[in-house]
Design a protein around this ligand. Structure first.
Ligand code: TMP
Length: 209
């Protein structure tokens, strides 16, 4: 059996990652591909508890504790869901992955990028996505979209400046991982974005990374 493909979606709050991830899953399933849709943090039994702590703005945790909980969630997620699915030939579509840790805990919260890199190396041992789709838009646009659905977790209560740092963090990551990232302007229509994503994913399925 061929190995599967690991695709991640990244972007600030309200960038449309979840919508686009789900559209991609539906399109691929319609064509008969085996697809797993998953997300971080929280898509395992243990992960649900970890997510409960991470996103509850009323539970006080310090930045390092937050960082380690994201890694804890990820270790469980990779071992329990992502790796077995890839090994069975599935296309795995994951809403957020390690890039989120670099930008939220690193660029925005201010934890040393070097520390995150070292932890990443030790804990994940070069397990990286084949393709990362970044939906890029100004923080103001994303936050306005989110206000409409009235979400308020630990990160949604952060100010515009925090989310601008997240956005800039992503754009810096793109510069050092040009081959892996596919960046799209998230202010375009849902249909236009989903078409571009689909074209890119199909070309990877047909011709490799
Ligand atoms: P979401 O399910 O709405 O995307 O919420 C997850 C939140 O967790 C989002 O605000 C970003 C944050 N996050 C981090 O700060 N670091 C991480 O490593 C991940 C995966 C998510």
């Amino acid at each position: 059996m061929n190995k599967g493909i690991f695709i991640t979606f990244e972007g600030i709050e309200g960038s449309g990652k979840t919508t686009q991830g789900k559209i991609l899953v539906e399109k691929l399933k319609r064509e008969g591909f085996n697809v797993l849709y998953t997300y971080e943090p929280g898509d395992t039994q243990a992960g649900k508890h970890i997510r409960g702590i991470l996103l509850n703005s009323e539970i006080r945790i310090n930045p390092l504790c937050e960082l380690l909980l994201y890694f804890a969630d990820r270790v469980q997620h990779i071992e329990e869901k992502i790796k077995p699915s890839i090994e069975s030939g599935f296309i795995v579509i994951c809403d957020r992955f390690t890039d989120s840790t670099f930008v939220y805990q690193g660029y925005a919260r201010g934890i040393s990028i070097d520390l995150i890199k070292r932890l990443n190396k030790v804990i994940l041992d070069k397990f990286i996505p084949d393709l990362t789709i970044l939906l890029d838009c100004p923080a103001e646009v994303g936050l306005k979209r989110n206000q409409k659905i009235n979400k308020k977790d630990r990160f949604e209560i952060e100010n515009l400046d925090f989310h601008e740092k997240v956005r800039r963090g992503y754009l810096e990551l793109v510069q050092v991982n040009k081959k892996r990232f596919f960046v799209l302007d998230a202010t375009q229509s849902i249909d236009k974005i989903s078409e571009e994503i689909y074209k890119k994913v199909k070309s990877i399925i047909s011709h490799g990374i």
